[in-house]
Design a protein around this ligand. Structure first.
Ligand code: NAP
Length: 446
């Protein structure tokens, strides 16, 4: 580790950091362009991130005027790092090459290695000349909405921007590294009561779920709404469940094991369906769905909460969308941000139009939504679903766990932080929020 990184970890002042030179290379986790075909012919399930994710020294480029160098204390695994590392549905080098055509600063991204990672907590080391609101020494978390503020289409809801990108997935220099390059408008204050790894796991999934459940751009849940949440103990689902509880709604959590049922109860969710135990077979075969199985799920939901769900929080995609559209209440909303099990979706459109339901597509969150979601973490109203922690050297294993659905909540990754539990600046507030609440997922995790 170079002097400036030692100094950041030791907590020297921002002025001292500002006066120290940056290293020319840093440790990072990346995939290589030359490996993009390494899994050709294999099924998704057999593509192993442990083979494709490399940890090693990479060159650190210059920062643009609107960017900062961030000393990354911790990061996390998101499903997009799984997609990048198994080169599905396509290689992310195409994204980097497209960004490479956008001027001199864009060109830096089009490399033969892709540094992944779309979450981070850390310390600002240096700021570009156009950065106004942040300075070296600031402790921050990072959201992954990467937008060009000179693009007019980015100035209403920035998620509608024509060239909106996800940092560390559609850009290079992501968070799974000792130093990341981040635009100033991705920065948010680090919650003072959380450790580095607890602070690092939230921004991507928390902001996504905030937009899907709370924001007027998503389902805009109101008090009393019943919300069916697929994958409720997973990354986005674990925040969705908390938003429904906080907003006076009733979550119906779907998970796939008795351990996950117990975790949901500990989080405060009363109504939980174990989809494995129920044995739903929504697809009779590859081409045919079974409406009687959709009906069975609907009956199970009614038996729990006495009604159909006003909102369905959808992301498994092909395997569940038919059922989701069917069980949603008349005039209800299906809000979807993904299709983990397949993106060629099939549902019976009669159930949608005759019952005046709507499907809303949702993707990450704009800066304002991400900031509001981060604020709720800062206030202790949403807790980080950190279930286990890996080192950066073990990033392949961490991504493998997420790929194989062996995890709960979020897996944190220690980058410059040398051990778990560091970085808590406000232990009194932490005690007020409650150690038990803050560690619900950790107790159930690995
Ligand atoms: P995750 O931590 O792996 O959780 C997903 C959960 O979904 C799993 O734990 C699993 O829970 C459930 N699931 C998986 N396959 C299923 C199936 N066939 N049927 C029913 N349930 C299934 O992943 P995540 O971080 O929550 O992300 C979920 C998806 O959203 C990913 O595809 C990710 O790329 C996407 N995503 C999109 C955005 C965006 O902005 N568009 C943001 C974040 C994530 P059980 O086994 O317990 O049921």
């Amino acid at each position: 580790m170079t002097d400036i990184l030692h100094a950041a970890v030791a907590g020297v002042t921002g002025d001292e950091l500002a006066s120290m030179p940056m290293p020319t290379s840093v440790r990072a986790a990346y995939v290589r362009r030359q490996d993009a075909e390494m899994f050709a012919g294999l099924d998704s399930a057999d593509k192993d991130p442990r083979r494709s994710l490399v940890v090693g020294e990479v060159e650190l480029p210059e920062i643009a005027p609107d960017e900062v160098y961030l000393a990354v204390m911790a990061s996390s695994i998101n499903f997009n790092t799984v997609w990048t590392s198994i080169f599905e549905p396509l290689s992310t080098f195409g994204f980097l090459d497209r960004l490479g055509k956008e001027g001199v600063w864009g060109k830096r991204h089009a490399l033969d290695h892709h540094i992944v990672g779309s979450d981070a907590s850390g310390i600002v080391l240096k700021c570009g000349s156009a950065v106004r609101n942040w300075k070296p020494g600031d402790k921050v978390t990072v959201h992954c909405n990467y937008v060009d503020d000179q693009d007019p289409s980015a100035h209403d809801d920035s998620m509608l921007a024509a060239n909106q990108r996800i940092w560390g997935f559609e850009t290079n220099f992501g968070g799974l590294a000792d130093v990341a390059i981040v635009k100033a408008n991705q920065l948010m204050p680090k919650p003072t009561h959380l450790s580095w790894e607890e602070a690092a796991v939230n921004a991507l999934c928390n902001s996504t779920s905030y937009r899907m459940i709370v924001s007027p751009n998503g389902a805009h849940m109101t008090q009393g709404d019943k919300v069916l949440i697929w994958g409720a103990s997973g990354g986005i689902g674990s925040y969705a469940a908390q938003y429904v509880l906080n907003g006076g709604g009733t979550p119906i959590a779907v998970v796939s094991s008795p351990e996950k049922v117990a975790l949901m109860h500990d989080l405060g969710v009363e109504h939980v369906i174990d989809r494995k135990a129920a044995g739903y077979q929504f697809w009779k075969d590859e081409h045919t769905q079974d409406e009687s199985e959709w009906r069975r799920l609907g009956k199970d939901i009614r038996a729990l909460v006495g009604d159909d769900p006003d909102i369905v929080f959808e992301h498994p995609g092909r395997s569940t969308m038919g059922a989701s559209v069917f069980v949603t209440k008349r005039a209800g909303t299906i809000v979807t941000c993904a299709a983990t099990s397949g993106y060629m979706i099939e549902y019976d459109n009669r159930h949608l139009w005759m019952k005046l339901k709507r499907i809303i597509g949702s993707h990450f969150a704009n800066y304002r939504e991400a900031w509001q979601a981060n604020q709720l973490i800062c206030e202790g109203k949403i807790v980080p679903p950190l279930s286990s922690v890996e080192t950066l050297e073990n990033v392949g294993e961490a991504a493998y766990q997420v790929h194989k659905n062996l995890h709960e909540g979020k897996i944190g990754v220690l980058c410059l932080a040398e051990a778990e539990g560091q970085g808590i600046d406000d232990p009194e507030f932490r005690a007020q929020v409650g150690e038990d609440r803050l560690t619900v997922f950790r107790r159930h995790g690995a």
